[in-house]
Design a protein around this ligand. Sequence first.
Ligand SMILES: C[S@@+](CC[C@H](N)C(=O)[O-])C[C@H]1O[C@@H](n2cnc3c(N)ncnc32)[C@H](O)[C@@H]1O
Length: 276
Amino acid sequence: MEIDWEQLWIDARKDSVLTKYRKDVGVEIWDRGADYYIDAIKKNGYEYGQQRIEAIKGIIKPDFEVLDIGAGPGTLAIPLAKLVKKVTALDPSKGMIKVLEESAVAEGIGNIETVNETWQEVDDAEIGERFDLVITSDVLWQFEDVGKQLMRIHDASRKYCCVILHAGLTDDLVSELWSKIMDKEYDFGIDYIYIYNILYSKGIYANVGVTDSGYTFENSVNDAIGFYEYLFDLYTEITPRIKEIIRNYVLENAVNGVYRRDTKLKSAVMWWKKGI
Ligand SMILES: C[S@@+](CC[C@H](N)C(=O)[O-])C[C@H]1O[C@@H](n2cnc3c(N)ncnc32)[C@H](O)[C@@H]1O
């Protein structure tokens, strides 16, 4: 019996904490979060993106033109730009594009072109098979019609594609606080295995490498409280009770005014070459 992985993905997304409780505030959430993201990435010396690039280093060539879909603050785009001819960084969030452009200048990088659009807005006929590598990291969970978008990614590349998504359970910045605030289990539900099987059902047999992608979040108590209030505001109203829970949690886990959390995450890096 053939399993309809695209339908399973649609069903599983309905129960995922990533989508089920999220207020529908569109791209604005990424604008508001951009400063937190770039701060965490810089403090980790771009290691989060580097670990992922390491998994595909063997296929990357200096003359490559790369499209990074949902590039965010430049997690991958910045380290990738140092290895290739050009990176086109696409993201619908103006806030993300702004911090990406500022970071590129700070790193002395001049070969990143930014495009402020959603992936869905991109005209397929216009890009054709322009890119040597099309990459997307931690973005696909946002797409209900992920099968269609995967094939558009495939079509936009003339050589390689690489899609990255978390693998298995996540112990991230939110997981401990989630049950205290939301009174519900923290369950991503969806992960890379759906994507791998959707690709398989379309005749694409991806290579898969699972990498550790945990990172350290370290901030002053006040900044950490601000970050958690921003994050939970995506899901629920920040009442005085919730403010108190966040504040107590951060204070309980802070040492000398500094809050630190080591996340434990795994990501699957799936890549394939066209025509094989
Ligand atoms: C979790 S961040 C990932 C950023 C970066 N790729 C990384 O790995 O750190 C998700 C990104 O997807 C972007 N995004 C949201 N909707 C999108 C869409 N329809 N097309 C492309 N990117 C989108 C957001 O603006 C945000 O920057």
